[in-house]
Design a binder for this molecule. Structure first.
Ligand code: CDP
Length: 244
């Protein structure tokens, strides 16, 4: 946040954003369930210019053993960015940002998965960001839910995610990289539409309480759109159609 590029027009006089979208319009989203034959479950997502692959393994034995829980299975998540995924080459060493995002995604998925039937085991979720363009945590969380379902992990609901935000004093849906850098607020939201529960909510920037409420509303509606695409991807793999 903080207007690093003060000259960029984030919203023009016709209410059109820097990438041609309307304020409530998400980027193009394409989700594919499956694809990795050596994983128990997998998914690939394109969310605007983000490209992310997720592989799920398990439930399987936990190493090191002391990390296991005798009462339940555990979820482990690794979010990893390829060095070539961003314009300026990313240092291949795990960054604090990757550690934070791994934790946030794990905690956002935990309410959805039912691992109590698999004590002493772990389910591992590996997230590979191939190309990043703002909103990778939401795109990754969305794809990870589909990959977990594809692995046959019992789930209460899918977690769908998208960010709301604010540019030019206006609430917008699905914050892109430029809007994240030069805009006023970015609020990633993860939501389980069937259970009507938010499992991820972060805020970078400044909002009034009214704008905050509007962002949550706009974000939750956006998650419902993402959820339809998640279900469509699973239908396509398992029934050969998009659920029609
Ligand atoms: O990706 P997300 O919005 O969830 O997380 P962020 O930390 O707010 O990062 C926003 C964007 O900054 C990323 O999606 C990348 O496009 C970019 N970025 C980058 O260019 N170089 C990095 N080392 C990390 C992030």
């Amino acid at each position: 946040m903080g207007g690093r590029d003060a000259t960029m027009v984030l919203l023009d006089e016709n209410g059109i954003r820097c990438d041609g979208r309307k304020v409530d319009e998400p980027r193009r989203i394409m989700i594919k369930a499956g694809g990795l034959k050596n994983a128990d479950g997998s998914a690939y997502i394109e969310f605007g210019d983000n490209k992310i692959l997720v592989g799920v393994f398990g439930p399987r034995d936990v190493h090191p053993k002391h990390m296991s829980n005798t009462d339940t299975g555990i979820l482990r998540v690794r979010y990893h960015m390829e060095p070539f995924s961003v314009g300026e080459r990313k240092n291949p060493a795990p960054s604090r940002r990757e550690i934070e995002i791994s934790k946030v995604i794990k905690e956002a998925l935990e309410p959805a998965v039912m691992l109590d039937k698999f004590p002493r085991t772990a389910v591992d979720v590996f997230i590979e960001v191939l190309q990043a363009d703002g909103g990778t945590r939401c795109a990754a969380l969305t794809a990870a839910s589909v990959a977990l379902a594809d692995a046959g992990i019992p789930m209460r609901d899918l977690v769908a995610a998208i960010a709301a935000g604010k540019v030019a004093d206006t609430v917008i849906l699905d914050v892109n990289n430029e809007e994240d850098q030069a805009g006023q607020a970015d609020m990633p939201i993860g939501y389980m539409p069937n259970l009507e529960k938010i499992t991820l909510l972060q805020l970078d920037g400044v909002l009034t309480p009214e704008e905050y409420k509007k962002c949550v509303e706009v974000g939750v509606e956006g998650c419902k759109l993402v959820y339809d695409l998640q279900k469509k991807a699973l239908h396509e793999k398992y029934f050969g159609n998009g659920g029609e």
